[in-house]
Design a protein around this ligand. Structure first.
Ligand code: NDP
Length: 335
């Protein structure tokens, strides 16, 4: 396997983290420690908040540098030691350790255990798969769990926080497509029109879901939520959720910590649903990708509108903006 490819590498220098484009040799790409390896020639990847953390040296994401971030990749099988995959198969790889401590998708090639590889479902192109990426998978997982816990469109509005972000905007799009009344919470008033075009019934500023009254419970305002920000936003979502409502907890861009009482649980029966896309079991992962593929034809125009396709050279600037909460929608990277 003697091929050269370009990768975006994060590295530490003088106590700070930077990125640079480097040329790498395919034969130097480490084999996975476990499982039968599959080498994928990456055609598209997409940017997620975790990539911004990894590129910035966040020790909870990546332990050793230099490192190639990129928790998503879509492309074709270049080499496989697992009979489930043949050279040329179109595949998606997201989550697990990809882009964390395994060289990630911001590169011409990745090498991963076969169990991480998902065949591209029919109904979706590689390009479309990376409009969804981990953000779309996470949104689909959150919605599946909300529905499994009984949240139906008839029960009332569903709030989506961090709505201009990747997980947020795709959650708005998918929930609206399924007939839910979506209230999109965004700190970007200039993005409200776009959120309405994706299907949001209402757009709220961040401070509309940021209760500081100190009261343990508030007047019920919503039936459920997909939260990507954490902190007092999540505490507020709990307090003002109607009885037997459900909240999917995905993210922490505001804060991983929040204060609450037990009252939302013991007086209102709220379901708090954890979402972990990284270790999501493979059969469920494939089911979610099938669901995304099934709705892709209907949502093609919306996906195209909220996704910017960028080259590898533009990635460092987008990741910096992402950490500052200034990006919007999805960023697909063409390799
Ligand atoms: P993005 O950066 O694309 O979106 C995050 C959005 O959050 C921003 O666009 C912004 O939206 C909002 N935001 C940013 N800073 C703040 C703040 N200080 N207070 C309130 N809102 C803020 O990120 P992703 O969509 O990729 O990820 C969102 C979160 O979900 C991250 O924490 C990520 O780690 C997590 N995640 C978790 C997964 C899981 O498996 N549990 C999988 C994927 C992501 P706006 O301006 O519209 O308010």
């Amino acid at each position: 396997m003697s091929e050269t490819y370009t990768a975006l590498e994060a590295f530490a220098e003088a106590g700070a983290y930077h990125t640079r484009l480097v040329q790498k040799e395919l034969r130097d790409l480490p084999r996975p420690a476990q499982g039968l390896p599959v080498v994928v020639k990456v055609q598209y990847t997409s940017l997620n908040y975790k990539d911004a953390l990894s590129a910035a040296g966040h020790p909870g994401i990546t332990r050793q540098y230099p490192h190639v971030p990129g928790i998503d990749a879509a492309g074709t099988v270049y080499h496989s030691e697992d009979p489930r995959f043949a050279v040329g198969d179109a595949v998606i790889v997201t989550s697990y350790d990809l882009g964390m401590n395994t060289a990630g998708g911001l590169a011409g090639f990745i090498q991963v255990p076969a169990d991480w590889v998902v065949p591209l479902p029919s109904g979706m192109t590689l390009q479309e798969s990376m409009a969804w990426g981990t953000a779309g998978l996470t949104a689909a997982m959150a919605i599946a769990k909300l529905r499994a816990n009984g949240l139906s469109p008839a029960q009332g509005p569903v709030v989506v926080t961090g709505a201009s972000g990747g997980v947020g905007s795709l959650s708005v799009l998918l929930l609206a497509h399924l007939g839910y009344t979506v209230w999109a919470v965004s700190g970007k008033p200039e993005y409200h029109e776009q959120l309405k075009a994706l299907g949001a019934a209402e757009c709220l500023d961040r401070d509309a879901v940021d209760d500081t009254s100190g009261r343990p419970l508030l007047r019920p305002r919503w039936a459920g939520a997909i939260d990507t920000v954490g902190g007092n936003t999540l505490a507020t979502l709990l307090k003002a959720c109607q009885k037997e409502g459900s909240i999917a907890v995905c993210g922490l861009v505001r804060s991983p910590a929040f204060e609450t009482t037990v009252y939302p649980w013991i007086l209102n029966g709220i379901n708090v649903l954890g979402i972990d896309s990284a270790e999501y079991p493979a059969p469920l992962r494939q089911a979610r990708w099938q669901e995304l593929a099934a709705v892709t034809p209907a949502l093609q125009a919306d996906l195209a509108r909220l996704t910017q396709e960028i080259p590898l050279t533009a990635v460092p600037e987008v990741l910096t903006q992402m950490l500052a909460g200034k990006t919007r929608g999805r960023y697909r990277v063409k390799l």
